[in-house]
Design a protein. Structure first.
Length: 917
């Protein structure tokens, strides 16, 4: 017991001692209102404890934030708890941090996503880390395996089987045609016919050759449609035959006019001529341009076949639209015969450049299903409407120009391509981004009209204001009255689309476009207009301008009344500058082997070919393992001097509104078909029969629409946008100079720019088509845009404030800053016409001259005296120009650039540090 008592007493005394020590430190914390962190600080505290006056004095931040205060900032003392707390208890005072001052303008920190204005609000902030788009429209890619991403993008068709076809019926029958084709899909609920009614053949035969005797594989082709489809759809067949997609009148007559093969007032040529048209010349007849058209341009009308490569797989005739093909040409049909053929084909990556280069000998593609549809997705339209046109723009694809490739052959062979080209990924059209397709704007009545060859824009019925209205007016509607006989026809037509079935009924008000054609998939519900996508069935609420607060730009009457919406709202436009066309009787394919050419004939041919030449696409036939056609015994090669997307030139279109103009095309012809292969023409721009330059521009509406518009400076105070060319380069000052040089020397003037359409007086240098429709800006319009008024400055100031970019108002000049100007002065004045010439060794377009006499001693030329000669080696000087009688004519594209040249005894001087374009 005594032991227990003594143990209890010892524990009591020890506990009391510990409790006294704890209370000592606790009392220090209470007095100084501090935590235990000071207790664990190992430093010695020698400072004295702050007095109450020091404790209440303002901190150092308060001193700077309140400069008017009379009190002086006290020195901030750090005190620490001594190792002997019973003698010296010290603490650490913290300074109170004031709240931040309110911002005067928005900066990047206000957005989780720095590209908010392009992509809109993102609920999931993780999307910011995924590949996105810059404000200029360039998509940045933050992923490891780029090729896989690109291939996946090319494969994506943006639709589902159920949406496009509705209910699919598979025919699991036996006997007759189904002996081989068991599981094939019914072509349509409205086409419940036997196979032989459309395809011919003999279904009762027991052998394959006899069963296929008289077989027509595509009864809806341009050749067969009148015989088969025309029995029930005669009106549609006749409209299609007269459409520009069938006659190719615009392509034929613009090109022939630009090459000087026909005047404007001549009867137009057509592939399907009527009594007021001429038949297109046969191969070997007519002008040289007709061979160019047969081997190049006429590959894309609906009567022709297409190459066997990704992006180009399609049928012809009615099936070119209504029978859907995926980009890779792979069928998902249950037809046993198709699946057997596909399984027998060699397994390979169809999106590789290696596969595309063999497009004339690849296996044919097959439709996605053996089924017609009126819910045609955009991917089907883009099989033809590509080539840096509206289709690729809509998807956000910009095709790169043909150039020699520096990467190893194997790496290049495995690179994914579409339409034979590789692409930059830019921002897509906002309608594409929201899930809409081409036919949601462009209805069937647009695609089957009767048009004159130079009036293609009149065939476009839809306008932006048809759906979005104006600030004063809502869209026009059409009431479907039940007693109206036309209402029943319209509703029956709408019900053919699986995504519109039972969505349109009598009593609905549907939208009408500018040509008074009803758009049955857009109807008014209460006070809103709702668009049902014809391809996906998705509901889209249409924003109406009248219900929105007008922006500063929309408060300018001329913007709203005299400009096409796309002039400002088009974010970019794919543009090919300067088409160099080279014609040859024979060709050495070795010199082109390292070029990323996209022409299917160029890539598939070779010098070993027994029948040299190019395919006549008007005679082409698609066979299971190749394309077969008549051969035209000559070669046509095309290379663009430049391609870009950020520069747009403004003019007036045939509707009298300001719009974008686009070169289609600026021809420079090199003809090597003279005796012994001597050149007949060397990069010569043709002259039209009315003495205009064969540098053709047409009005254009880029399909890159975004809510965010380009800045005002894209047009105002921008010499390039008004057609005067780059202000930092030499330019034509008087139209007479240009045409005098062209007619005398068969070459363009040394100061000519591809992007200059007019001189400062508003006189046309290049040619708009048609002349009585579209045009470049005149002198008054140029002055109004180049010399901004006080009214413009006021609106621009208000616009910047509206965008919360008020900081830009502090600049004296916009958009150039001081560093930009310093760099311009350092580089010196750019050399003239350096965008017209290509030097293979440097892999860039430059001006090249080939002097006959030895070069003189080089001497430096100041930027104020632009040199007349560009030479090749890495020297920083430029030679004096040779006298005219000692110079060889300058050409835009050197035909002999592929030949090996002897090195000169002395190194040739270079471009005076001018930056390549």
């Amino acid at each position: 017991m005594n032991k227990i008592f003594r143990l209890f007493l010892s524990l009591t005394l020890a506990g009391g001692f510990c409790l006294a020590t704890f209370l000592t430190y606790s009392s220090g914390q209470a007095i100084n209102e501090k935590d235990l962190s000071d207790f664990f600080d190992g430093s010695q505290g020698n400072e004295s404890v702050e007095s109450p006056a020091e404790k209440n004095s303002p901190g150092i931040l308060d001193f700077f934030l309140k400069p008017d205060s009379d009190s002086k900032p006290a020195e901030i003392q750090e005190t620490e708890i001594d190792r002997k707390p019973e003698n010296n208890i010290q603490t650490k005072e913290m300074v109170e941090v004031p709240s931040s001052l309110p911002k005067a303008q928005i900066d990047a920190s206000d957005f989780e996503d720095p590209f908010y204005r392009v992509r809109g609000f993102q609920e999931n902030s993780e999307k910011v880390l995924q590949p996105g788009t810059t404000l200029d429209g360039v998509q940045f890619q933050s992923y490891g395996e780029t090729n896989k991403f690109i291939e996946k993008f090319y494969k994506e068709s943006n639709f589902s089987i159920e949406d496009v076809y509705g209910k699919v019926e598979y025919l699991e029958r036996r006997g007759g045609c189904y002996t081989c084709h068991q599981g094939i899909e019914r072509i349509s609920n409205n086409h419940r016919f036997s196979c032989v009614r459309c395809h011919g053949g003999n279904r009762r035969s027991s052998s394959l050759p006899k069963a296929h005797k008289g077989l027509v594989s595509n009864p809806s082709s341009a050749e067969n449609a009148p015989r088969f489809c025309g029995k029930c759809h005669e009106n549609h067949v006749s409209k299609v035959e007269r459409s520009l997609m069938s006659t190719a009148k615009r392509t034929i007559n613009i090109t022939r006019y630009g090459w000087g093969a026909q005047p404007l007032d001549e009867l137009p040529y057509s592939l399907k001529p009527d009594e007021n048209e001429q038949v297109f010349p046969n191969a070997g007849e007519g002008h040289a341009v007709d061979g160019f058209l047969r081997t190049k341009c006429l590959r894309c009308h609906i009567g022709s076949e297409s190459p066997h490569r990704p992006g180009d797989y399609r049928a012809s005739g009615c099936s070119s639209c209504h029978m859907i093909y995926a980009n890779d040409g792979i069928s998902l049909s249950h037809d046993r015969a198709i699946q057997k053929v596909q399984n027998q084909n060699k397994k390979q990556n169809r999106f590789s450049r290696k596969f595309a280069e063999n497009s004339l000998n690849n296996p044919r593609g097959y439709p996605l299903l053996h089924k017609f549809t009126v819910a045609v997705p955009s991917v089907q339209c883009e099989h033809c409407h590509s080539n840096n046109g509206v289709g690729q723009e809509f998807e956000g694809l910009f095709a790169k120009p043909s150039r020699p490739i520096e990467s190893p052959a194997q790496i290049n062979a495995d690179k994914p391509v579409l339409y034979g080209k590789d692409h930059e990924f830019l921002v897509p059209d906002i309608h594409r981004e929201k899930g809409m397709h081409c036919i949601d704007c462009h209805i069937g009545d647009e695609m089957k009209p009767e048009l004159e060859p130079d009036k293609i824009q009149s065939g476009v019925q839809i306008r932006c204001v048809d759906c979005h209205g104006t600030q004063e007016k809502l869209p026009e509607g059409f009431l479907l009255i039940e007693s109206d006989p036309n209402t029943k026809k319209l509703i029956k037509r709408a019900n053919l689309n699986p995504n519109l079935k039972k969505k349109v009924k009598p009593g609905d008000t549907v939208l009408v476009n500018s040509s008074d054609s009803p758009m049955l998939h857009i109807k008014r519900i209460k006070k809103e207009w709702i668009l049902y996508s014809k391809v996906t069935g998705k509901k889209h609420r249409i924003p109406l301008l009248k219900n929105l607060k007008p922006s500063i730009a929309h408060q300018i009457p001329k913007h709203m009344q005299e400009m096409e919406c796309s002039t400002c709202h088009a974010r970019w436009a794919a543009t090919d500058w300067g088409m160099h066309v080279i014609r040859e009787k024979t060709s050495i394919f070795e010199k082109w082997k390292n070029w990323n050419l996209s022409d299917p004939i160029n890539l598939s041919n070779g010098s070993h070919n027994e029948n040299p030449g190019m395919l006549d696409w008007l005679t082409a036939k698609s066979l299971p393992q190749k394309i077969e056609a008549n051969i035209i015994n000559e070669y046509w090669w095309t290379v663009f001097a430049d391609s870009g997307w950020s520069e747009m030139v403004m003019g007036k279109n045939s509707r009298g509104k300001y719009s974008i103009l686009k070169p289609r095309y600026q021809y420079f012809i090199t003809d090597q078909t003279g005796p012994l292969g001597m050149p007949l023409k060397r990069a010569e721009p043709p002259l039209t029969l009315d003495d205009s330059a064969g540098l053709i521009w047409t009005e254009y509406s880029p399909h890159t629409i975004r809510k965010t518009v380009r800045p005002c400076e894209d047009c105002h105070k921008n010499s390039l946008s008004v057609g005067l060319g780059d202000s930092l380069k030499n330019s034509i000052q008087e139209t007479g100079q240009f045409f005098s040089t062209l007619k005398t020397n068969k070459q363009v003037h040394p100061d000519f720019q591809l992007k200059q359409g007019i001189d400062p007086n508003g006189q046309a240098i290049q040619t708009t088509f048609p002349e009585d429709g579209s045009r470049f800006l005149n002198q008054d319009e140029i002055s109004a845009i180049q010399e901004p008024s006080d009214r413009y400055r006021a609106f621009r100031s208000l616009n910047l404030r509206e965008l919360n970019y008020s900081r830009l108002l502090n600049r004296n000049e916009f958009p150039y800053d001081m560093r930009h100007k310093v760099r311009e002065q350092t580089l010196g004045q750019p050399q003239p016409r350096e965008d017209l010439f290509y030097d293979v060794e440097k892999n860039q377009f430059v001006k090249i001259e080939k002097p006959k006499a030895p070069l003189e001693t080089p001497k430096t030329v100041t930027p104020e005296q632009p040199p007349e000669i560009k030479t090749e080696e890495n020297d920083n000087s430029i030679t004096e120009p040779l006298p005219d009688e000692e110079k060889e004519g300058v050409i835009e594209f050197l035909y002999d650039i592929f030949q090996e040249k002897e090195k000169p005894a002395e190194p040739l001087p270079s471009l005076n540090d001018a930056t390549p374009l």
